[in-house]
Structure formats: C-alpha cells, structure tokens
Design a protein around this ligand. Structure first.
Ligand code: B3K
Ligand code: ZN
Length: 882
C-alpha cells in the first residue's frame, strides 16, 4: 500500500525543475580544438531559416588531447552532420549540445540546422523584428543559430553567404567586407561577406531587411577611407544625423586619445526596434536599439541625444577593447565592459564638459551599482561563478569596473596610463585575454605597483571610509579607516588601496588649499596636510577618485562653504548632496525632532539660494547642484548598519523638502525660470537652461501645484523641442489637474505611431508622482499599444514603475505584486528581460519589516513557478538566499 502510494505520488508530482549548473571561474580550461575558419550558409526566411555551418577544426596543441568535439546548441536539432564531406553518425546529443567524435588532428565538420526566427521571442540568436531578420549573439546566442564552440576564447574567421527573397530582404548585411552579390532564380538574391579578423562567435551578426542608410565616410589617421552607414527604416532616415556625427567623433577621438585606428573599410550600424539592451558591438556590424540611434529635436530630449552619442561611442570603442582583444571567458567581462565604459565616459567628458559628466556618472553609479553591491546580488567586478551569464551584465561589471580602471588612471597619471593601455593593446592584440592581463599591462606600461590593487577585482561591496581629523600645529591630521562590508560568500576582506584627491580649505578666510592625491592602503591611515587657516574644512574624494562612501560629520557651515566655494565641481555637488542626505535621512528615520527637521530644510534652502544666485556657474552645472539626492540614494544612506530603509518616510521627507525649496525660493525660482525660458533652443547655453527649467517646475509643483500646472502647460504648448515638452509633461503627469489629461492626450495624438516617443508617454505616467500611479499602470497595460513582446515597451511601463519609489513601495504591496506578475508573465517570453526586474524586489532585507515581508512573499511566489528560465531562477534564488 505504502509502496503503491509512494509511486503514485512520485508519478503525479510535477517535475522538479533541475537546478541550472553553477559555472566557476576556477574551472576554466582551454578548448580542446581550434577553429581557424568558419563558413556559414544562410537560406533566410522569417518563418524558416536553414543554416549550414562548415567548421575547420584542428586539435589545440595547448589543451588536453581529446577526441570529442563539443559543439554547443540551444534548442537546435541537427538535420545532417558531415565530417570531411562524408555523413557521420559518430555523434550524440548531450542535453542541448552535440558531441562529435573525431579520429584525426584536422577535420572539416559540416552541420545543417533549421530555425524559426518568427517564433524566437527571447531576442537571442536569429529573430524577426518588424519584418527584418537580425541577430544577437552575446553572450550565448550563437548556439541558437548553429552548433558551435560558443565560448569567447575560440576565435575564427567567418565567410558567410546569405540568400533570400529580394523583395523581403533587399539589404543583406554581415560582419566584415562584402565580397560578392548577385541574383538568383525566383526573385532571390545573395551576398557574400568575409571578416578577416578572427573573432569569437558572440561577435557574429547578420541583418536582412528593407533598410535605408545615412552614409558618410571617415578618413582614418593613416588616410584610409571608411564607409560608415547608419541603417534604418526609410521613414526614420531624417533622424540619423546625430548618430552618424557621433560615430565620426568617436572614431577621431579614439585615434587622438588612445591611438586606436579602425581596421575595416566598412562600419555598419543597424537600428532595430526589438532589442534586449542598448546596442551590440558585433565586428563591423553593430546592431542597435532604435532608442540609441534615432534622434531629432522634435522627438528626442537633450539627454536622449547624449545617450545616442555615448552608446555609439561605447560600441565603436569596443572595436579595440572587446573585439581586437576579447575575453578569455565570461568571468572576464569587465575586461571589455569596464574599460569600454571608462573610454566612453572620458569621450563624453571631452565632448560635453568634464565636471557635469563626472557628476552624472557618479549619480548612475550610486543609483544602480551601490544598491547591487549592498544586496544579495553583490559580486566582484570579476565574478567567481554564475548560472546564467546574462545576469552578470551589471552595473558592477560595467560601472564599478570603469571606476576601478579610472582609479588606476588617477594613480598613474594620464600619460603613464596611456603607456599602459598602449602596452595592453600591443601585447594582447588578437587574443582572448583576462583581467589579470590588463592589470599586468598597466602595471608594466605605466610603472605602477598594482599588487594590492588587484583586490578590487576579487572583493565585492562598497568600501566605507570613516573620516576624522585633528589639527596639529601647522598641519591637519586626517585619519581614515576603511570598512569593507561583508557580501554574499565573502565575509573576510583585506584592505584595498583607496586613492583620494584631497585639499584642506579654510572656511573663515575662504582660502583654498592645494590638492594632492593620497592613497589609503591599510585599514587605518593618517595623512598630514598643510593648513591654510584656522577653520579648516577638508575637501575629500574630489572628482570622485574612488568608488567609496565617505562617512564624516561636517557641520552645516562647513558644508555650506564647500557647496558654495570649493574649487572642485564634484566636491561642490557632493557637499550639496551631503547637506540634503543628512537632513532627509534624519527626518525619515525619526532621528531628528521638529526643530532639527526645520533647520535641516533651511540649510538646504540656503545652499540652493546661493547656487541659484551664483553668477560663476553655467546652467548645466547649476542644475546638477540644484538636484536633490534620488530616492534610491537616500534608501542606501538610510539602510546602514542595523537601520532599515523606510521608502514611505523617505518619499515624504523628500517631497516636504521640495516643497520647502519651492516655497522658500519662490521668487528666485521664478526668476531663474523666466531667464532660462528666454534662451533659444539652439543657443549653446540651451541645454543647461532647459535642465534648470525642468527642475524649477518640479520644485514649484511641490509648493504651488496650480502655478506649476500653469507654467508647465504653457511650456508644453509653446515648446519647440522634446526636452521642454517632456519636462512639462513629467510634472503635469504627477498633478491632479485638468491640464494633465489634456496634455497627455495631445502628446499621444501628436506622436501616435512613433514607438520611441510613445514609450515616453507610458513612462511619464508610470514614473509620475500622481497618487493613482498603480491604477494608471494597470490601465496602460491594457492599452492597445502595450505589448509584452517588445522590451522597450515593457521597460517603458514597468521599469519606470519599479523605479518610482512611491508607487513601487506602496505600503499594501500592490507595486511588488505587479512587478512579480510581470516577471511571471514575461519569463516564458523573454527571460533576459524578465530577470532584470528581480533586483527591485531583491532589496527586501534592507527595508522596514512590513514591506520586507511583502517583497519576500512575491519573490517566493515567483520562485514557486514551474519551468522558470535559468535567468530568473538564478536571480530569484540569489535574492532569497543571499
Ligand atoms: N556587449 C553588449 C552587451 C551584451 C549583453 C548581452 N546580454 C553591449 C555593450 O556592452 O556594449
Ligand atoms: Zn559594452
């Protein structure tokens, strides 16, 4: 009886989802075969594409000798397998992979597969988008196209023949140079491409569709002419000028600043509307999300223009930092991503101004990377293990990775750093390298000792630096202590070198001290710095030289002094932030009494007044200084030690502060608004002026909503550009005012059919301060323009919601439920995008107990779903366990 019962139970139980295997960095072994040449033949169709791959394989003398050739696959079935031209049955499937036994040293392996691009909703591998075919292979998408050693250390040249119907696919693009084209029977045609640069499979790309190009040549430093094309749908051609100009600027900058020249005669960029991320650096054929290509002043904001320029540059810079030198394995991802982010940041600093760009980058780091580093998903910039590599395209690998390399640059100095990067490019060109190779090249080339510095690659968590100081004669003694928080799997940590640019000013006389760079290498360190007066105030981590949290208690006068007078722009910004964070966290945590709350607000209002009045500032910098810390940064500042974050209290305190600023500075804000409203769109000062106007509207909306509605409506109605229109509509979306519905409707009508702008329309409503955001989002999910299959649209609604602190953290848990529902619904369609929503719920441990329980319950509900993807499985379980 018992036995029968048991067997019935077992038979009826749902299959336990197998835990996806953990891949470890320390298990790396070189591949047993090399693949010098790859030939691909594509018979293209939206419903069915046939792929025949011919691989020239040879035993790798540097690896263990084995007879088996493991070819990765993902959902593929082999139609035929041939070895040296003869059908082979010496192969087996092992899970998704094809294992072929080979007798000799050299062989030609030919495999045919068939795929269905229009069924591919994951947007990995070959898929259909708006009637065209395109690919995304990084990290492991090539194995969805054909069986192949789909790992970044197997480099091969690719010769590709594409065939398809001319009417459906008039343009046929692939990596490298086009070598032949021609007509075939039945209205079909072909193109043959050859990429002479050996590359890993993740850099393969193909595009077939009805596209038009904006073209413009670039002449390289050695005088070669490169044909540059931006491919889009014909109706989008008039929005491509900025992308092409950005590409040309990037090509020139990389020659001037890093000595890197482009190496093919052709550079193609294709814009597609269904894309999982921003863009992809495939060799000679970048594929881009339309969001980072299309821009004109009627449809894109100033920030969108910057985004296009930054992403075009980033993908272009990958040609050297990523393509010419690629990664040995995916644990080395920061080798190409951290370095390329640094390169694109430096480029944008040069294009747009160093101070403001630096502040923007630090703001992103704090909003996206600090929470990651402090939560269950924390990992070193060079992770030790993963189940799904797509989950490690993170702010840590990218943005902290860039900060780590920036520290090397700060310590070496710009010229010595350049010697290091020259050596790196020279030494490892054509290789699949490691982070260690990079550090060694900088060490050798720049003449730095980076022995201890390597810890930045292996230790996760944001260091906190406790600062204290005393005066000793003519010197100030600065005592620093570094505290390295425990992170999942890492409880014990060693002190890391922390480079800090510092200066000691005098807040009585206003004298400014000279700057120097100190490096804290031990847990404790003391540094003696010259005094310039009797009321010293330390300006620390100027320019944000180290990605750390500075912990110190500065009195209000010292902060007001730094905010108004420091000669380092970043330090001014930081002092404004410190002033606001101190006041807001004290209020939100209940640590301040009514009088202290008032005094805190007054200090911020006073500092704001000085900033608004400061004639030495341009409006771009002014608006940076006028910005309050984000909800997410305040969350981090509140959730320290045993103290938990209370998003409701943070939100209330922040709104009250905005109201105090709006009321306390009403006439100054109005005057600034009027002054900025007079600046013409194409005036060089226009970008800054528009930023100030948007900020002013935000403050006035908190203190005088009717007046704000009036100003915003007028701004909206008279706008001659998207920045002003968006700035006005963001504010109106948050107000309960008739102008809200009217302007939202008119915006929708005006831009109906323009996907990127309609994305904005969804975002305004999901990100707004309106009390009924959740109801709005629920209604928008049923809007005919909403679809779960387009990542931009999904993000425009639900990422915006997850980033809206008041709505997402609504105390009854409705926001959490909505995001969990999205993860569950999206996971079977597009796991990569679904998993990106998990971290928002993963912050539960650092939040007050009521909300924490609700968030955890939603994570558990997701975890309990059958057949979760590897992506979501890993993120949800790390979020529950870590
Ligand atoms: N290298 C790509 C990212 C690919 C993400 C794959 N899940 C874009 C970039 O960083 O340039
Ligand atoms: Zn990148």
């Amino acid at each position: 009886m018992d036995i029968a019962h048991d067997s019935i139970t077992v038979a009826d139980a749902p299959p336990t989802p197998a835990e996806p295997p953990l891949i470890r960095r320390e298990d790396y072994t070189p591949f047993a075969w090399i693949v010098p040449e790859t030939r691909l033949h594509f018979d293209l169709g939206i419903k069915r594409t046939t792929v025949t791959a011919t691989l020239t394989v040879r035993r790798n003398a540097k690896a263990a000798a084995v007879q088996v050739l493991r070819l990765n696959g993902d959902g593929l079935t082999a139609k035929s397998v041939m070895v040296d031209g003869t059908v082979s049955d010496d192969w087996v499937m092992e899970g998704p992979d094809l294992l072929l036994t080979l007798q000799g040293e050299d062989h030609q392996v030919t495999i045919t597969t068939e795929i269905a691009p229009d069924q591919n909703t994951t947007l990995m591998g070959l898929y259909a988008s708006n009637g065209m075919l395109c690919t995304q292979c990084e990290a492991e998408g090539f194995r969805r196209i054909t069986f192949f050693p789909d790992r970044p250390d197997v480099l091969s040249t690719y010769r590709v023949r594409m065939e398809g119907e001319r009417s459906a696919f008039p343009i046929l693009l692939c990596n490298g140079n086009k070598e032949a084209t021609g007509e075939l029977e039945g209205g079909r045609h072909f193109a043959e491409w050859f990429d002479p640069w050996p590359k890993p499979s993740y850099l393969f790309a193909l595009v077939a569709g009805d596209l038009a190009a904006k073209s413009g040549p670039f002449t390289t430093m050695s005088g070669r002419e490169v044909e540059c094309n931006i491919w889009v749908r014909a109706e989008d051609l008039d929005r491509t000028d900025h992308a092409l100009e950005s590409l040309h600027r990037s090509m020139k900058w990389d020659e001037d600043v890093f000595g890197r020249e482009y190496d093919l005669d052709l550079y193609n960029i294709v814009a597609v509307s269904d894309f999982n991320m921003g863009a992809m650096e495939n060799k000679g054929l970048n594929v881009f999300n339309t969001k980072f290509v299309l821009a004109d002043s009627d449809t894109a904001t100033d920030a969108d223009f910057d985004g296009v320029e930054g992403v075009i540059a980033h993908e272009y810079f990958h040609n050297w930092s990523g393509n010419r030198i690629t990664c040995r394995d995916w644990f080395q991802l920061s080798l190409k991503e951290g370095f390329t982010v640094l390169r694109d940041q430096l480029f944008s600093q040069d294009m747009r101004g160093e101070a403001v760009k630096r502040i923007e980058d630090v703001r992103i780091l704090r909003a996206a990377q600090f929470p990651e580093d402090a939560g269950p998903l924390a990992h070193p910039i060079r992770p030790d293990s993963y189940r799904e590599i797509s989950n490690f395209y993170t702010a840590t690998v990218y943005n902290k990775g860039a900060e780590v390399i920036r520290m090397m640059r700060s310590m070496a100095g710009v010229q010595a750093f350049r010697k290091g990067t020259d050596l790196y490019f020279d030494r490892h060109d054509g290789e699949a390298a490691t982070c260690e190779d990079f550090v060694k090249a900088i060490e050798d080339g720049a003449g730095l000792d980076l022995e201890q510095f390597r810890l930045w690659y292996s230790q996760a968590g944001t260091p906190r630096i406790e600062v204290s100081e005393r005066v000793d004669g003519e010197e100030l003694v600065l005592s620093l202590k570094q505290v390295l928080p425990a992170t999942p799997g890492q409880t014990e940590k060693s002190a890391m070198p922390i480079p800090l640019r510092v200066a000691v000013h005098d807040c009585e006389s206003g004298a400014l001290g000279a700057e120097q760079t100190i490096v804290l290498t031990e847990e404790h360190g003391e540094f003696r710095l010259p005094l310039v007066g009797s009321r010293p105030v330390v300006s620390i981590n100027r320019g944000y030289t180290a990605p750390v949290v500075i912990e110190r208690l500065l009195d209000r006068d010292a902060l007001l002094f730094l905010a108004a007078k420091d000669d380092d722009s970043f330090a001014r910004y930081e002092a404004m932030q410190e002033l606001a964070v101190g006041a807001l966290v004290a209020e939100a945590s209940g640590e301040a009494d009514a009088a202290q709350i008032l005094a805190g607000r007054e200090a911020v209002v006073e500092a704001m007044q000085a900033v608004i009045a400061d004639a030495s500032l341009d409006d771009s910098m002014r608006s940076e200084l006028m910005m309050l810390p984000s909800g997410s940064y305040l969350f981090e500042a509140m959730a320290t030690g045993e103290r938990k974050a209370d998003p409701g209290a943070i939100h209330d305190a922040r709104e009250a502060m905005k109201k105090a600023i709006g009321a306390g500075q009403s006439s100054e804000l109005h005057a600034a608004y009027e002054r900025c409203a007079k600046v013409a769109f194409d005036d060089p000062a226009g970008v800054g002026a528009r930023k100030v106007k948007t900020l002013v509207l935000g403050y006035l909306a908190a203190s005088d909503p009717d007046k704000a509605a009036e100003l915003a409506s007028h701004q909206f109605d008279s706008a001659d550009n998207m920045t002003d229109r968006q700035g006005a509509l963001m504010v109106l979306s948050g107000l309960e005012h008739p102008a809200r519905e009217e302007r939202l409707a008119s915006f929708y009508q005006r831009y109906s059919g323009n996907d990127l702008v309609i994305d904005k329309w969804f975002t305004f409503q999901a990100l707004s301060l309106h009390p009924n955001v959740l109801a709005h989002v629920e209604a928008l999910a049923g809007h005919p323009d909403f679809t779960m299959t387009n990542p931009n649209r999904v993000r425009s609604l639900y990422m915006a919601l997850a980033g809206n602190p008041a709505a997402f953290h609504e105390a009854n848990g409705a926001g959490y439920r909505m995001i969990a529902d999205v993860i569950i619904a999206l996971d079977p369609i597009n796991p990569q995008t679904a998993a990106r929503f998990v971290p928002a719920l993963g912050r539960w441990r650092r939040i007050e107990p009521g909300r924490a329980a609700l968030m955890k319950a939603e994570l558990e509900r997701v975890a309990a779903q059958d057949n979760l993807s590897r992506d979501t499985f890993e993120q949800v379980n790390r979020s529950l366990d870590g």
